[in-house]
Design a protein around this ligand. Sequence first.
Ligand SMILES: [Fe+2]
Length: 477
Amino acid sequence: MAMMHRFHICEGKVTYSSCFLRSDSYVCNSEKNRIVVSEFGTLAMPDPCKNIFARFFSRFQIPSTSEATDNASVNFVKYKGDYYVSTETNYMRRIDPQSLETKEKVDWSQYIAVNSATAHPHYDRDGATYNMGNSYGKSGFFYNIICVPPPEEKAATENSADLSGAKVICSIRAAEPRKPSYYHSFVMSENYIVFVEQPLKLDLLKFMLYRIQGKSFHKVMTWEPQYETIFHLVNRHTGKVLKYRTAPMFTLHQINAFEDNGFLVMDMCCGDDGEVIGDFTLENLRSDSGEEMDKFYNSLCRNLPRRYVLPLNVDEQTPLDQNLVTLHNYTATAKQTKPAEVYMTHEELHNDELLQYGGLEFPQINYDKYNGRPYRYFYCCGFGHVFSDSLLKMDVHTKELKVWRYPGLYPSEPVFVASPEATEEDDGVVLSVIITPREEKSTFLLVLDAKTFTELGRAEVPVNIPYGTHGVFNEMG
Ligand SMILES: [Fe+2]
């Protein structure tokens, strides 16, 4: 169940509070004192109050409709100036970021024709929020790009969830109508959005069958490397889409994208084998932790940073079978193999030094100033273990690393906070929540100098808190 954590930093003091999200799923499970609402990877035991026929009908539904969970355990997101917590279904929950109080449940499909939205929206500098969501019906399965406008002037008394004015700016038809791709995030530059259609597929027929049989949802997600990866480049202003292809690859979190003299440069965390997603199971976590299992855990997350360079001006005059990436500072390639088909290869965005820290995930940048623009640094977690066991700072110009790592300490996603008068990209701090299984040590909020990656301070919390996923910094008035 989603638990929200809050570190309140004020005049040199840090206060910690936490609270379970009072979702309908939480209330329902609490009343029954067991899990009765199915989640991704978690199968609810059937409700004994429902007979076998009722069970059949309640399960026989397309995903992400009325039965979808509102256990929003993935991220804090912002729409029209309000904070919500989000997972990947059609439901979000508005929350009060000061008190962590749970507010209304919001159903995306009440505002716009989509049945889900990711937990990783993007924000433009005018206050609009962009996200992606699925829709399916008689005409097929679509990936939709959504835009929620900036906040209007609200009346002082008005205090409710509001996604009005949301619109779909582009719908992309799934390459395989019965096997749409899973996606977790996307990138946005100043003029473009790039959606990656990867060979990690959802089998819709299996999904319906498993619903009837009561099997866990994650088993309907399959790695199908017989399909190529398709990058859909969408013009944010016109909705026009261009397609690019590359070898099968698996990605969850994208880092950043920017335009450079007729090219779009896109950085993300990738792996060659999407099979690993099926290995993150409770059975595996609970099994014997001998040397073999240690090896198994340590090999799970091997995603590494990559750069792709997409030529923006491809037309009938563009030559075939010739590398179109002519800018000297990139080694990624893109060739038009036949008219209107561009095939890309990537550049590794790291050197061998990174490999000793395992895979890399949870990338963060100086978002407010550098998202969608040329940038130099990202911060992330190194995964030498099934949980991240280091914090890393990567210079994408030199591929040099800065590292924070201590045995037995497991950091959460690093959150960059710029200094109030910052002039340089890395002028600020990096915040991360560190957990440890060691009894003599406690959980703490770590503050690193973003420039040097040296410690500025730790705020210890005398309670055990669970391993977190994503976090945000919010400056209170
Ligand atoms: Fe995520």
